[in-house]
Design a protein around this ligand. Structure first.
Ligand code: FE2
Ligand code: FE2
Length: 293
């Protein structure tokens, strides 16, 4: 906790650096240099917590070495950090996966390296809830466990505001969007999740996956789409109202329930285009519809 230079008794804030889509690997280290530039910046910024909302690795869904390399690079930050998986770390949602669907082996491998795929942290005025979005709609037993975990997290709010962290956006613009897509949480699991929140909907929802920066208040929820630290995908995907860029989002959660967020692109980081790195996921012109974001 830090007081941000204000006198004792003034409002305290808990500052989260929301990073995402780091896409790290020792074998394919194309995006490591950018990550280390972010790291140097974050050590100076000294947030209370760094949260990575997934696609931590290039191909942890099939490579334990990629997961280990990504974890080690996070440990080397020298900062307090937590993570949740993305589709490239643990496999994609079974309903929409074009390849690498989440399965028990991939899930177990992720847990073995990162220790957790969901967590709750309570800070003054807020509960930070992070979930494994790739389990939504899954037939794995862990999906049932996670539903109970979410129900417990909501039941235990005790007056705190809720902030939700997950890899994929809940939706593009409307919670009623009906077309299943691998780009957002699918309609069925989305409604199930919103039902689980009931009247205690998250006030802030932080996601990655799209490699696009956007913030928007939709209904009573403020949606933060953090861009990756790794690369942009201008030739692969249109934007959805945001910006193809790299950076992170700093969010200060205040004890009185207010919050402030701001986009940060540290000096010296490169806005890389994935199309220039065919060694990472292949030739985008050929696999344009197969690669996940
Ligand atoms: Fe993703
Ligand atoms: Fe990604």
């Amino acid at each position: 906790m830090r007081a941000r230079g204000v006198p004792a008794g003034a409002a305290m804030s808990f500052v989260v650096a929301h990073i995402t889509d780091t896409h790290l690997s020792a074998e394919k280290p194309y995006f490591v240099a950018n990550f280390e530039r972010f790291g140097a910046h974050l050590r100076r910024a000294a947030p209370d917590l760094v949260v990575n909302t997934g696609d931590i690795s290039v191909n942890g869904a099939d490579s334990r070495d990629d997961l280990v390399a990504a974890r080690d690079l996070h440990d080397a930050l020298g900062l307090n950090w937590r993570a949740i998986p993305g589709n490239h770390d643990i496999g994609d949602n079974q309903e929409t996966a074009k390849k690498q669907p989440i399965d028990a082996e991939r899930h177990a491998r992720y847990l073995d390296v990162f220790g957790e795929d969901r967590w709750v942290i309570d800070v003054p005025g807020w509960r930070l809830l992070a979930v494994n979005a790739l389990l939504f709609g899954s037939d794995l037993a862990q999906a049932v466990d996670q539903e109970a975990f979410i129900a417990d997290a909501v039941a235990g709010l005790d007056g705190r505001s809720l902030a939700l962290f997950l890899h994929k956006p809940l939706f593009f613009a409307d919670p009623g969007e009906a077309d299943p897509t691998h780009l957002t949480v699918s309609p069925g699991p989305r409604q199930r999740l919103l039902d689980a929140f009931g009247a205690a909907r998250p006030r802030v929802v932080c996601s990655g996956h799209l490699h696009e920066y956007r913030e928007s208040l939709i209904g009573d929820m403020h949606h933060v789409w953090a861009p990756g630290t790794s690369f942009t995908v201008p030739g692969l995907l249109p934007t959805h109202g945001g910006e193809h860029t790299v950076g992170y989002v700093e969010i200060a959660f205040e004890a009185d329930g207010r919050f402030e967020s701001r986009f940060v692109r540290p000096d010296g980081v490169d806005i890389l285009d994935l199309a220039d790195f065919p060694g990472a996921y292949g030739d985008l012109r050929r696999i344009k519809t197969a690669i996940a974001e």
